[in-house]
Design a protein around this ligand. Structure first.
Ligand SMILES: NC(=O)c1ccc[n+]([C@H]2O[C@H](COP(=O)([O-])OP(=O)(O)OC[C@H]3O[C@@H](n4cnc5c(N)ncnc54)[C@H](O)[C@@H]3O)[C@@H](O)[C@H]2O)c1
Length: 399
């Protein structure tokens, strides 16, 4: 017998007040990667700490490059590349909703969508991540202009401001807008790295880790090369103001006013989303997914992603049977509504087709009546003219 449908508010309150051990028993997928098993950029480069770096809060220690599925990262928040409805879809959005369970969808309904460049936060529910920050990237379709750049920058900025506002210490970003929204991978990586760098410089005491979670080999290669250039300098203390009052190294981020406006608009005013009391807990060991070199070339990336997504979506279950059945019945309800709508649409199209057929029949009959009348009138006159009766196809005509 399927259990009573879970109320997302009660579930959120329950999940956010659980200990880590208790939460781990409820992850939808048995596989997860704790934060301390995700190398910082410095660890993965295993570069020595120089004398002047000694004891400093280094940029290289604040960021990670991770290749794999964002839904298994056990961090305070993962960022979802959503669409403006916030009601799920495909790609990373589909994977996150599938792995979080139906309460995520229920809570998203209450958010009333999200504008491009803004960000909204929900609980992570059955995910290893405590929260999901939903942001809507620009639909670039291969074109990168001022608007697309500003909007994508705002996605990273507003997501990070929510991290700070909720006292979270670790966050993972997918490559926002570079999938179906068609933002070219390299310019998107530049925006992501520069925006995160300038934000971490200004807020280095507010954040422990920002993880760039890439999924495709093409993105891994781009980020690996660029992160080396962008995160070279190690000092994280905010640089002195330059002559024109700009903070040195500040990315192309929107002004502080517009950021705080976005945040006040988008800050989730649900008091149940109080910032967590403790920092990211210590996690027990799990092997970090090795950054192995898969072959997926950019031109195959869609196929790659589809197959990789299929794998992910397939095993985004692994939960106790009764919970799966519960989910199943809830999902079937939603799917049932969707199919009912689909069948209605199909019936309408069928009716349209029948009407068109009737119309065609009518026009055919009237056309042939006219031709017959014409033939009859001709048959009464000179027989040498060609026979144009509709029944004889000129091709079949015998010589
Ligand atoms: N890609 C699709 O087939 C598809 C279809 C419908 C909707 N969507 C989604 O696409 C729209 C947003 O476009 P977008 O380009 O910002 O997003 P996206 O199409 O999901 O692609 C963003 C990036 O996320 C990567 N990615 C995919 N799955 C994962 C995963 N499990 N873990 C980490 N990274 C992953 C993907 O390779 C790409 O680099 C939204 O409507 C959303 O619902 C995607």
């Amino acid at each position: 017998m399927s259990r009573k449908k879970k109320d997302w508010k009660t579930e959120k309150d329950r999940v956010l007040n659980m200990s880590l051990e208790e939460r781990r028993k409820e992850y939808r997928r048995s596989e997860y990667v704790p934060l301390d098993q995700i190398n910082t950029w410095k660890q993965s480069q295993s570069t020595e700490v120089t004398e002047e770096e000694e004891g400093k809060d280094l940029l290289r220690d604040k960021v990670s490059l991770y290749k794999g599925d964002i839904t298994i990262l056990e961090v305070d928040a993962i960022v979802n590349a959503a669409n403006s409805s916030l009601l799920g879809g495909g790609g990373v959005d589909g994977c996150i909703h599938k792995a979080a369970g139906s309460c995520l969808y229920e809570e998203c309904i209450t958010l009333n969508g999200c504008e491009t460049g803004n960000a909204k936060i929900t609980c992570g529910y059955d995910l290893p991540a405590k929260y999901v920050i939903h942001t809507v990237g620009p639909v670039a379709r291969g074109h990168v202009g001022e608007t697309e750049t500003k909007d994508l920058t705002a996605c990273y900025q507003n997501s990070l401001e929510l991290v700070k506002g909720f006292g979270l210490r670790s966050v993972a970003f997918p490559c926002i807008s570079t999938g179906i929204y068609g933002f070219p991978n390299e310019p998107a990586a530049n925006i992501a790295l520069e925006t995160v760098k300038s934000w971490v410089k200004e807020n280095h005491d507010k954040i422990e880790r920002v993880i760039f979670c890439v999924f495709l080999e093409a993105d891994y290669r781009i980020y690996k090369e660029k992160i080396l250039q962008v995160f070279q300098d190690n000092d994280v203390t905010t640089e002195e103001d330059t002559e024109d009052g700009q903070k040195a190294g500040a990315g192309t981020s929107p002004s502080k006013e517009s950021r705080s406006k976005n945040q006040s608009e988008d800050r989730h005013d649900d008091d149940e989303l109080d910032p967590p009391k403790e920092d990211a807990d210590n996690h027990t060991a799990m092997e970090q997914e090795t950054l192995d070199s898969q072959t997926g070339e950019p031109e195959e990336k869609k196929a790659d992603e589809k197959s990789e997504n299929k794998e992910m979506e397939k095993d985004a279950t692994g939960e106790p049977e009764e919970k799966k059945a519960d989910e199943k019945s809830e999902n079937t309800e939603m799917e049932k509504d969707a199919t009912e709508k689909d069948t209605e649409i199909e019936k309408d199209t069928e009716k349209e087709k029948e009407k068109e057929k009737e119309k065609e029949m009518e026009t055919d009959t009237s056309a042939s009546e006219q031709i017959n009348a014409k033939v009859e009138s001709l048959e009464g006159s000179d027989p040498t003219e060609t026979d144009s009766s509709p029944s004889k196809d000129p091709v079949d005509k015998k010589e």
